[in-house]
Design a protein. Structure first.
Length: 200
């Protein structure tokens, strides 16, 4: 069989792992943040942080190329961008890059993800952040209808509709998906424990 071993320091941090003879060492800074790991004595992955302690870069070697992800934050500490790069192993010339930006609503909830040269993914919310739907560009991906308690009662995605009903006690009672053979009825006992899931 396969044997894996893990070694920790006195504070519980992982410092060495072994997998079928492949030895990985893990290193940390004075704030106990992971900084890099080595495999067979060579650096395999690095983590970098800014003066606030926020993760700014992760990089690793893939087929000889240095692959990195750079993270940017807004003034409130929220993730604002992810910049992916691939560099040539010898010349360090930039071979490929891609950026994804993130936007937030007034409540601080994620509302839009904008990849380079691709339509934005948008989260549609209401109230204190209940999800009402998602769009890819102008195309709806999924739409939700909720009851007064904000529980999902209807989900529309493509040509499908999933309806959900609840018992007076708020337990899941029934789910029905049109166009496919998916119907579920849920039965609960007097202690509120699920005892049966049945299909027609």
């Amino acid at each position: 069989g396969r044997t894996q071993r893990y070694h920790h320091d006195l504070t519980g941090k992982l410092i060495r792992s072994e997998d079928e003879g492949l030895v990985t060492h893990w290193y940390y800074d004075e704030a106990d943040r992971l900084t890099h790991r080595t495999v067979k004595g060579e650096t395999a992955e690095r983590w970098q942080y800014d003066e606030r302690g926020w993760l700014t870069d992760i990089s690793h070697i893939s087929e000889g190329h240095r692959v990195a992800v750079h993270y940017g934050y807004d003034s409130k500490g929220r993730l604002a961008s992810e910049h992916l790069t691939v560099h040539h192993p010898q010349t360090e010339a930039l071979l490929w890059q891609h950026e994804t930006r993130h936007a937030y609503n007034a409540q601080g909830l994620a509302k839009r993800c904008i990849p380079d040269s691709l339509p934005a993914v948008e989260w549609l919310t209401y109230g204190s952040g209940y999800l009402a739907g998602m769009k890819l560009g102008d195309t709806p991906l999924v739409e939700y209808t909720r009851d007064r308690l904000h529980r999902e009662t209807l989900r529309r995605f493509g040509r499908y509709e999933l309806t959900t009903a609840y018992t007076p006690a708020g337990q899941l009672q029934r789910q029905h998906l049109n166009s496919l053979q998916y119907d579920r009825d849920y039965t609960w006992n007097d202690n509120g424990e699920l005892i049966r899931i049945s299909s027609p």
